[in-house]
Write a protein that binds this ligand. Structure first.
Ligand code: GLU
Length: 550
């Protein structure tokens, strides 16, 4: 009896690996093309960090005419939730990260290197496990969970390194006959890798993001096939990324310490290892402490949060590029109007430690992104969001022609309005342009410098009687407010007022504020000329009337 016989005994039906090696040939891509992937578990939760990795992977593949694919890692069936795969795919699609290959639904995939879901690849893992066993590089382990626990307890009390290695790896020393005997006996077992490594030797590794790192060699006989017949992450990573011809593994840096094991596995299997880039997690400043964005504590850790808040997809992507490469900010300054697709992402410029997530900054990006949109685009996106999340906004936007006018205020010019960061801001930002909302509002008029009732009446009356006409162009409209100010004893120019404050009651800006507040109940609005144009003289008069009667 030799190892080959043992391999046949364990996996009698598994194919020879040459079958798979031919079925999944080297990809025929141009030099430098990056083949990369994201490999989420279908837990039903998409973390913003997962999206971040997706963005980076997708962009690198695109920049190099490579391939970006999605592989579902569902070998830990305890963690799986119903519909988890679909949720991931939908989230990614919402962000425009449609993969070139990979799962497109719970059960279907596209591409020639699939199946792209690990539970559908059982035969493949078994073939490669068989291949290792046949060479004496893997073996069945019959230790029960209780025995493993005893080993761990002994190691702990003796204060030595935990794990299944060296003298502790009891089953590695069984003879082939002993192993075969136990199997024929019906004893239960798992398959372990027989590590050739030594802890007192070092390996050198160059990580594209982390740089040069030294590690002790791996000497653990890790599990490769579990009792349920499915592989562990380590083994599946090695088999899958080999067969899918991944050139770059871009993943979270919690996997960095597994690199010695992974390189060893690739080497023992006779495969070329991919390049690795380990991404630091996105961090949060929690009262001065830097910590990972947490699924439990931080709503913004979930990708669904951004959709619910209505933060535009473009803004989230742009912000994530911002934290990915510090060079992005300069690029954006130099190219304010270019789409982010034109930015060249560089893996070796990624920060080694975790970047801080800054919601204020993200919302700022949101404001800029929305400010660049046409009224039509804003209308469309805000309506789509509202249909899902805000029925009141749906009602406001019912009249599309009017909606476009309102959303078009100060848009499409050189300095567009920047008061909307997310779709959930829209209602608050436009409600005063709708009479039913405006008159419903019970809030006081926030007058500022000029707040005497009689004086306010005088200003509003005189303005309507003498100085307002719908047909005036912007310059005339503006000059008229100055005239109004002058007639009532206010400085026509702020400069004049500053030079001789004792000569005037206040200045033209203060008069403007009275008009603005009476019209909108706000001190801050986009361009008042455009607001008045949209309201028209009758509605202006009614609003002034209401203000004067307060
Ligand atoms: N399923 C692994 C994870 O979610 C994938 C890591 C990898 O990209 O290889 O962490």
């Amino acid at each position: 009896m030799d190892y080959k016989d043992l391999a046949n005994l364990i996996f009698p039906d598994a194919k020879d690996i040459s079958y798979y090696e031919e079925k999944y040939p080297e990809r025929n891509l141009k030099e430098g093309a990056i083949v990369t992937r994201i490999a989420p578990s279908p837990t039903g939760f998409v973390h913003i960090g997962g999206l971040y990795q997706g963005l980076i992977a997708k962009k690198l593949a695109e920049q190099t005419d490579g391939v970006f694919f999605i592989r579902i890692e569902d070998t830990d069936q305890k963690r799986e939730v119903e519909n988890g795969t679909n949720e991931i795919i939908t989230s990614l699609n919402n962000f425009g990260f449609e993969p070139d290959e990979g799962m497109v639904s719970e059960t279907e995939g596209k591409g020639n290197y699939g199946p792209y879901k690990q539970s559908l690849r059982k035969d493949i893992y078994q073939a490669y496990a068989k291949y290792l066993i046949a060479q004496g590089k893997a073996y069945p382990c019959f230790c029960s969970p209780e025995e493993i626990e005893q080993i761990r307890a002994k190691q702990e009390s003796a204060k030595i390194r935990p794990g299944y290695y060296g003298v502790w790896a009891k089953c590695r020393n069984n003879t082939v006959e002993e192993m075969a005997e136990k199997i024929k006996n019906g004893d239960s077992y798992i398959i372990r890798f027989k590590s050739p490594g030594r802890e007192d030797r070092k390996i050198k590794h160059h990580d594209i993001i982390k740089g040069n790192v030294d590690f002790p060699e791996n000497d653990q006989d890790i599990v490769i096939i579990k009792a349920d017949g499915l592989p562990t992450y380590h083994f599946a990573h090695c088999v899958d990324d080999h067969l899918m011809r991944t050139t770059h593994v871009i993943r979270g840096d919690e996997w960095l310490s597994s690199v010695p094991l992974h390189l060893q596995l690739f080497y023992e299997m006779g495969f070329k290892a991919p390049k690795y880039a380990h991404i630091a997690p996105i961090m949060k400043n929690d009262n001065g402490n830097k910590r990972k964005l947490s699924k439990r504590k931080d709503p913004e850790a979930a990708v669904s949060y951004y959709e619910e808040e209505g933060i535009p997809v473009e803004a989230v992507k742009e912000y994530l590029l911002n934290i990915a490469n510090s060079t992005f900010e300069n690029w954006r300054r130099a190219n304010p109007d270019k789409p982010i697709e034109e930015f060249e992402l560089q893996l070796n410029k990624m920060s080694v430690s975790g970047a801080l997530f800054d919601m204020v900054k993200l919302l700022d990006v949101g404001k800029t992104v929305i400010s660049r949109m046409t009224a039509e685009e804003v209308y469309k996106q805000a309506s789509n969001w509202a249909k899902k999340y805000d029925s009141e906004l749906v009602k406001l936007l019912e009249d599309k022609e009017y909606g476009l006018k309102v959303l078009g205020i100060e848009r499409g010019n050189k300095k567009p309005r920047k008061d909307i960061a997310k779709w959930s801001d829209v209602k608050e930002n436009i409600s005063y342009m709708y009479d039913e909302e405006f008159y419903k509002d019970t809030q006081e008029y926030p007058y500022q410098v000029i707040n005497d009732k009689e004086e306010i009446k005088k200003i509003l009356n005189l303005y309507l009687e003498k100085y307002y006409d719908d047909k005036n162009d912007k310059q005339t409209w503006f000059d008229n407010i100055k005239e109004l100010a002058g007639e009532l004893g206010y400085a026509k120019e702020v400069k004049e007022f500053k030079a001789n404050p004792e000569k005037y009651k206040a200045h033209v800006g203060d008069v403007s504020t009275v008009l603005r507040v009476a019209l909108t109940k706000r001190t801050n609005t986009p361009d008042m000329y455009e607001i008045m144009q949209i309201l028209g003289k009758d509605r202006i008069a009614k609003r002034f009337e209401t203000a004067m009667n307060k």
